[in-house]
Design a protein. Structure first.
Length: 252
């Protein structure tokens, strides 16, 4: 791998409340694509505008990061809603960020559902298909970030919506290829995470929680900005990629 996208979730504060370590400003300088919260799980209009401004200034690709309508649970609690309701909520959020970007002369690069909604779409074909069909009508060139081999990835490939497959720098994998999610993410050793990312890029392998190697294929590295020590992790990842001659750039 000679180049890779590096994405992170941004703008997830809300009013006076700051999510994570409040490192968005510094972290933005290390990534190539920003997933900007659109108000349902986090974010607010002012935060969205400021985050778009920062991304524009640094040449970072801008994407909508819509979530379940769940500010209290930060969008990480599953909501059992009909497919049409979920897609209506996603399009509503997509439109909010699109207009915030448009007023600054910036176009959206991608869409990446957040948290529990992301995982719901990864396995629920009805909702995934309805969303992709809607995107085909509304924004056929919009990149859709997703898990490799997930339901929504297969539906998007079938219908022609461009996808960006992700590898998670700050999450563990099991042998099924699934992400091992936890509500209380621990702090990681930056050198260990960076080496793990580099191995995935160079060898296409990651060590699972079972202690065995798993083959991974991806287009983008994801680092969650609310992971403890996210800035240190991002700096270590960028350094090891730069040293290895792997260019960090937006997908194309």
């Amino acid at each position: 791998m000679k180049e890779v996208d590096f994405n992170s979730d941004m703008g997830e504060s809300f009013g006076p409340w700051t999510i994570g370590d409040g490192v968005d400003h510094e972290l933005m300088a290390l990534i190539s694509s920003a997933n900007i919260a659109t108000g349902f799980h986090a974010g607010d209009p002012g935060t969205m505008r400021r985050t778009v401004e920062r991304a524009k200034a640094l040449g970072v690709g801008i994407g909508a990061h819509p979530g379940f309508r769940d500010l209290v649970g930060f969008g990480r609690r599953h909501i059992n809603a009909p497919a049409q309701e979920l897609v209506d909520d996603i399009i509503y959020q997509l439109g909010a960020l699109r207009e915030m970007a448009r007023v600054q002369g910036v176009e959206l690069q991608h869409i990446k559902p957040h948290g529990a909604l992301f995982m719901h779409l990864a396995r629920d074909e009805e909702a995934a298909r309805l969303l992709v069909q809607t995107l085909r009508q509304l924004a056929p060139q919009l990149l859709l970030y997703c898990l490799p081999d997930s339901v929504i990835c297969h539906v998007a490939e079938e219908l022609g919506q461009p996808v960006v497959r992700e590898f998670y720098a700050d999450r563990e994998y099991d042998l099924s290829g699934s992400i091992v999610f936890t509500r209380n993410v621990r702090a990681y050793d930056p050198s260990v995470v960076a080496a793990r990312v580099l191995r995935a890029c160079q060898e296409g392998l990651v060590r699972t929680v079972e202690g065995e190697d798993l083959a991974v294929t991806f287009d983008s590295i994801c680092l969650h900005s609310d992971t403890p020590g996210a800035l240190d992790l991002a700096e270590a990842i960028r350094q090891i990629l730069d040293d290895a001659g792997i260019q960090v750039r937006t997908p194309h």
